[in-house]
Design a protein around this ligand. Sequence first.
Ligand SMILES: [Zn+2]
Length: 117
Amino acid sequence: MHELSLSQAIVDSALAHAQGRRVRSVTVTIGALRQVVPDSLAFHFEIVSRGTLCEGALLQPRLAPARLRCACGEEWELAELTFRCPCCRGADVAVRDGDQLRIDSIEVEEARCIAPR
Ligand SMILES: [Zn+2]
């Protein structure tokens, strides 16, 4: 369900940027904190794109690791699900990276690459 709505959002965005041209591939960055299953995303993307200019396009997901930063300035990549700082053991931390789902580029049939603004 999660992947279905995300797939719909990706297709909608790719179609908007393609401006009537056929889409060949879509590259997306998915943060680890989104807990998206890439295979499930690809499966739903294929269904949602049917009958649109995205049909048959290659979905290329890139996984971004989660990064956290503590109030003490320490910044680290989240390897296990703990939100405590490995430096000072504090819990006054903010997510710095890993919660995104971003379309990086789409490729359309003119062989031009369009990055969303
Ligand atoms: Zn700290």
